[in-house]
Design a binder for this molecule. Structure first.
Ligand SMILES: C[S@@+](CC[C@H](N)C(=O)[O-])C[C@H]1O[C@@H](n2cnc3c(N)ncnc32)[C@H](O)[C@@H]1O
Length: 274
C-alpha cells in the first residue's frame, strides 16, 4: 500500500471516530465491560513501564489511559487520527491537570514518522484496536523503531481474529455472518452511517511486520471470559455472572491458545539492537 493510501486510511478513520467522540466515554470507557477489559490492560501497563518513563501513545482516544499513566508518574505524548477524540481528551486534561502533564496531538499513526522528538521515548502504547484500522503495519513498525531505544517496549492491544465468545453468541442467535465476521481478516464496520475498514491480522503476521526491529516477548488475552462490549446490557442484567467471568479472565487470559481467542490480545514487543 502506498503512503497516499495510508494517509487516506488515517483520515477516514479519524472522520469516523469524530462522530463517536462525544459518546465514546459513556458507551465504552465507563461501561462495566470497558472498565473490566481496561483494568486487565492497566495491570500489564504498570508491570511494563515505570514512573519517570515518557511514552508515546498512538490512537489514544479520549485519553483515559494517558490520565491513568500520569497518575502513576508516567508522562505520555498521545496521538489520535480523530480531531474530536483529541478535543475531548484536551477538555478532560483541563479538568484534571495531571502531573506529569499529558500532551494530546492530532496525528494519524500512518504519519507517526513526522514526529521528531528531542529525546527518544521509553516505550510505545496502543490500546483497544486503533492499530486494527491500519492495513499495512510494516511502515508503522519502522517509524516506531526510530522513536525508541534498544530494550524499550511496545505494548499493543489488537482486536483478535478469532473471538470465541463472539462466535458462540452470534451462532446461538442464528447470525453466522456476524459470528465469523473477523475470521476472513477484515470487515467493514458501519459506525454512525460511515464505513470503517477494520483488519484482523494473525499474530504471526503482526510479529512479522514488527520483526526487523522488534521481538515479540509476550501475549496476554484481554476479554477472553469478559465478553465484547456489545454484551453490556447482558452483563448488567447478570452482575454475579459478570463477577465470576472477571475472575475466570485472570486465569484464561494467560493460557496458551485460549489467550488468543478473546476480544483483544495484548502483545509486548521489545526493540532489538540493529
Ligand atoms: C476503539 S478506540 C480506542 C481509543 C483508546 N485507545 C482507548 O483505549 O479508549 C480506537 C481509536 O483509534 C483511533 N484511530 C483509528 N485509526 C487510527 C489511525 N489510523 N491513526 C490514529 N488513530 C486512529 C480512533 O480515532 C479511536 O480514537
Amino acid at each position: 500500500m502506498n503512503s497516499k493510501a495510508h494517509l487516506t486510511g488515517g483520515l477516514t478513520a479519524g472522520a469516523v471516530f469524530d462522530r463517536l467522540a462525544a459518546s465514546y466515554d459513556r458507551d465504552f470507557t465507563d461501561s462495566l465491560i470497558g472498565r473490566a477489559q481496561r483494568g486487565c490492560v492497566w495491570k500489564i501497563l504498570l508491570k511494563t513501564f515505570k514512573p519517570g518513563d515518557n511514552l508515546l501513545e498512538v490512537n489514544c482516544g479520549t485519553g483515559e489511559d494517558a490520565f491513568f499513566l500520569a497518575n502513576h508518574g508516567i508522562s505520555v505524548f498521545a496521538c489520535d487520527a480523530s480531531q474530536q477524540m483529541i478535543a475531548r481528551a484536551e477538555q478532560r486534561l483541563a479538568l484534571k491537570s495531571p502531573t506529569p502533564p499529558s500532551v494530546f496531538y492530532h496525528l494519524p499513526t500512518e504519519r507517526i514518522d513526522e514526529l521528531n522528538p528531542t529525546q527518544r521515548f521509553d516505550g510505545v502504547f496502543s490500546n483497544f484496536s486503533g492499530l486494527n484500522c491500519i492495513e499495512n503495519l510494516s511502515p508503522v513498525a519502522q517509524a516506531l523503531a526510530r522513536l525508541v531505544k534498544p530494550g524499550d517496549r511496545l505494548l499493543l492491544c489488537f482486536s483478535t481474529r478469532y473471538c470465541l465468545l463472539e462466535i458462540i453468541y452470534y451462532l446461538l442467535h442464528n447470525q453466522p455472518g456476524k459470528a465469523f465476521r473477523r475470521c476472513k481478516g477484515f470487515s467493514h464496520a458501519i459506525l454512525e452511517d460511515q464505513t470503517l475498514s477494520v483488519f484482523y491480522p494473525r499474530i504471526r503476521h503482526i510479529r512479522q511486520s514488527f520483526a526487523p526491529y522488534f521481538r515479540l516477548r509476550s501475549r496476554v488475552g484481554v476479554g477472553v471470559a469478559i465478553p465484547p462490549s456489545y454484551l453490556e446490557p447482558f452483563v448488567r442484567r447478570h452482575p454475579n455472572l459478570f463477577r465470576i467471568l472477571c475472575r475466570i479472565e485472570r486465569v484464561v487470559s494467560l493460557l496458551p491458545i485460549l489467550r488468543t481467542t478473546g476480544d483483544h490480545v495484548l502483545l509486548c514487543f521489545e526493540r532489538v539492537p540493529q
